[in-house]
Ligand binder design. Structure first.
Ligand SMILES: [Zn+2]
Ligand SMILES: [Zn+2]
Length: 532
C-alpha cells in the first residue's frame, strides 16, 4: 500500500496483505499498519486498485471497515473484490469501475489507467497528475506482445507520458534479477496442447485461481482435444464462476463438470482444474496427492501439471505434493522440466524498456524483496538515471517532492497488523515470541500450595510439562525440578517474601537456569501459587 498525499487529500494505491511466515504461528493474515492513515483520516479520498491479486487487494475489507472511501478498480478487479467484501459483511462499498484508458479526477489528482499485462486479466498501471508532476505506478506488469486476451501493454501511453515528462516512477521489481525477457503467456498454451495430444488418462492442472488467462488456455486445449472441464478447490470454483459471469472465460455450460460428477466421465475425456499449485496443505491438489480428496483421485496413466512456480517459502509444500503424486503413479509436469508456467512480472530487459520510454527523473523500485529493489536500482543506473535520483525505500519510508526535487523525509509507523482468527490481533511481538517459544521449547507448569499467613510451602509442588520432556521418561528431571522449586520457596519464605509476583519471578529464574543447564531448552515456565 502506498499513500500519495498533496494539498487536497490522500489517494492510496492498492491495499494488499501478506501471508504469515513461520515466525508468526497461528496468524492468518498480515495487514499493513495504517496508523498514519488514522492520523490523516480527514484527508483520505480514495483507494485505487491496480489488479485483483491478494497482495494488492487483500486488506481492502479491513481498510473499508475503518475508512469509508471510494474504491477505483477495473471490472475484474472489482468483480473479485465484491464477494470478499460481502464475506466480511461490508454491504455498501462505493466501488467505481474504471477501464484502461480512462482518466478520472479524484481530489485534484488526475488519475490515468494504463493497460499492462500480468498474470491476471484487467491489470493497470496508474499515472497520477499531481501538483508536483506526473507520478507513475507500474502495478505488477510484464510486456506480453501476444497476450491471451486484450491488448499488449500500452507502451505508447508510456512513451507519451515520457515525452510530457515523468517526475517519478514506482516500478515493479519482482524479476529484477532475471536477465532477458519473460516469454509470452502463449508458450504455456503450446505446452498444454502437446500434453493433451498424448495424454490418455486424466489431466489435472493446478494453477493460481486468479490466473484466468492460464485457466482459459486449459479450457481452449480441452476444446481442441474434446475433453470436458472439471473444477475443484474453493477459490478455483469461485473465480471460474466470476470470470465466466463477467465474460473473461469462455467455458460453455455443457463443458463444465461439477467436482461431484467427475467420476462419471471417462478419464480420457476430462481435464480437472484445481487449486494447490503452492502445496498448501488444505488445497484440493494436496488432498488429491494425499488420497483424501472427496471425489478425485490421481494414479497411473494420469498427468498432473503444476502450472505455477512456488512462491518463496512454499518450495517444500510443492515438493511434498509432487512426491506424493509420483508415488501414486501419476506423471507430474512442472517447470523448468516443461514450459508449463511463465512469470507475470517483467524481467530486466522489459524494465529497461519501460525506463527508456518513461524517462523518469526519479526512480523508486517497489514490489519485491530488498535485493530485488537494489537490482532494479542498478538497472536504473545502467540506463543513465543518476544514483542520487534513485530511492530504494522500505515500508514506512516517506518521500517528499517539492519544486521538482525529491528527498527522503522522516518515516511513519509501518509495522504489521496480524489477523488472528478473523480479528486484527494485538500485534505485540511478545505474543509471537511466546508462541514460537511454546512450539520450540514447550511449557513447564509449577503449582505450589502455600500457607497464606506464613508463606510456608505445604507439601511438594506439582510439576506439569507439555511439549518439553516426557514426564514418564524423565522422572529424574521432574523430581529434581521439584527440589529446585522447594529450595526457592524455602529461601523466599525465610526472607518473608509476601509479594507473589516476586515469588513467581524467583521460581521462574531458578527453574529456568536449572532446566537450560540440564536440557539446553528454555521452556515457558508458568508458576501458579495456590494460597491455602
Ligand atoms: Zn500481481
Ligand atoms: Zn503483486
Amino acid at each position: 500500500m502506498t499513500a500519495v498525499r498533496q494539498e487536497g487529500g490522500i489517494v492510496l494505491i492498492d491495499a494488499g496483505m501478506a501471508f504469515p511466515d513461520e515466525e508468526m504461528p497461528g496468524i492468518d493474515l498480515v495487514l499493513p499498519d495504517w496508523s498514519y492513515l488514522r492520523d490523516h483520516r480527514d484527508e483520505l479520498r480514495a483507494v485505487v486498485l491496480t489488479h485483483g491479486h491478494e497482495d494488492h487487494v487483500g486488506s481492502l475489507p479491513y481498510l473499508l471497515r475503518e475508512f469509508d472511501i471510494p474504491v477505483y478498480g477495473t471490472r475484474l478487479t472489482l468483480g473479485l473484490v465484491r464477494p470478499k467484501l460481502a464475506e466480511h459483511g461490508i454491504k455498501r462499498a462505493d466501488l467505481r469501475e474504471v477501464k484502461a484508458g480512462d482518466t478520472v479526477d479524484v481530489a485534484g489528482f488526475g488519475l490515468e489507467f494504463i493497460n499492462v499485462n500480468h498474470s491476471i486479466p484487467d491489470a493497470v498501471a496508474v499515472a497520477l497528475r499531481t501538483a508536483a508532476g506526473i507520478v507513475v505506478f507500474s502495478g505488477d506488469y510484464k510486456v506480453d506482445l501476444t497476450p491471451i486476451e486484450g491488448a499488449p501493454m500500452d507502451l505508447s501511453r508510456y512513451a507519451a507520458l515520457g515525452e510530457e515528462g515523468v517526475l517519478a516512477y514506482f516500478g515493479d521489481s519482482t524479476n529484477a534479477e532475471r536477465p532477458g525477457y519473460v516469454p509470452s503467456e502463449r508458450i504455456v498454451g503450446e505446452t498444454f496442447n502437446e500434453v493433451f495430444e498424448t495424454a490418455e488418462g486424466r489431466i489435472i492442472v493446478a494453477s493460481f485461481a486468479s490466473h484466468i488467462h492460464r485457466i482459459s488456455q486449459v479450457v481452449e486445449a480441452a476444446k481442441q482435444h474434446d475433453r470436458l472441464v472439471g473444477v475443484t478447490g474453493r477459490s478455483m470454483i469461485r473465480n471460474v464462476q466470476i470470470a465466466r459471469e463477467l465474460g473473461y472465460l469462455d467455458l460453455p455450460q455443457e463443458m463444465y463438470v461439477d467436482q461431484r460428477d467427475v467420476n462419471q466421465i471417462p478419464d480420457s475425456d476430462i481435464v480437472i482444474l484445481t487449486t494447490g499449485s503452492q502445496g498448501e496443505p488444505m488445497a484440493a491438489l494436496s488432498r488429491i496427492a494425499a488420497g483424501t480428496h472427496r471425489t478425485i483421485e490421481a494414479g497411473p496413466g494420469d498427468v498432473v501439471i503444476i502450472s505455477a512456480t512456488p512462491v518463496p517459502g512454499n518450495e517444500r509444500g510443492v515438493s511434498r505434493t509432487i512426491n506424493s503424486l509420483m508415488k501414486r503413479g501419476a506423471e507430474v509436469l512442472y517447470t523448468p522440466l516443461r514450459a508449463v508456467h511463465v512469470s507475470g512480472h517483467a524481467a530486466r530487459e522489459e524494465q529497461k524498456l519501460v525506463l527508456s520510454l518513461l524517462k523518469p527523473r526519479y526512480l523508486v523500485p517497489v514490489h519485491g524483496e530488498f535485493r530485488h529493489l537494489r537490482h532494479h536500482a542498478e538497472t536504473g543506473v545502467g540506463m543513465g538515471i543518476p544514483r542520487e535520483n534513485i530511492f530504494v525505500l522500505e515500508n514506512g519510508d516517506r518521500m517528499e517532492f517539492r519544486d521538482g526535487n525529491a528527498r527522503k523525509i522522516e518515516p511513519v509507523p509501518a509495522g504489521m497488523f496480524l489477523v488472528d482468527a478473523g480479528t486484527v490481533a494485538d500485534t505485540s511481538e511478545s505474543i509471537m515470541r511466546e508462541r514460537q517459544q511454546l512450539s520450540e521449547e514447550g511449557m513447564f507448569i509449577v503449582v505450589a500450595r502455600i500457607n497464606a499467613q506464613t508463606g510456608d510451602l505445604l507439601g511438594p509442588p506439582d510439576v506439569i510439562s507439555r511439549g518439553f520432556v516426557d514426564p514418564q521418561a524423565q522422572n529424574g528431571l521432574v523430581d529434581e525440578s521439584i527440589g529446585v522449586v522447594t529450595q526457592t520457596l524455602q529461601r523466599t519464605a525465610s526472607s518473608h517474601v509476601t509479594d507473589w509476583s516476586e515469588l513467581k519471578k524467583a521460581i521462574r529464574k531458578d527453574l529456568s537456569s536449572f532446566l537450560s543447564e540440564k536440557t539446553r531448552k528454555r521452556p515457558i515456565i508458568l508458576p501458579l501459587i495456590v494460597e491455602v
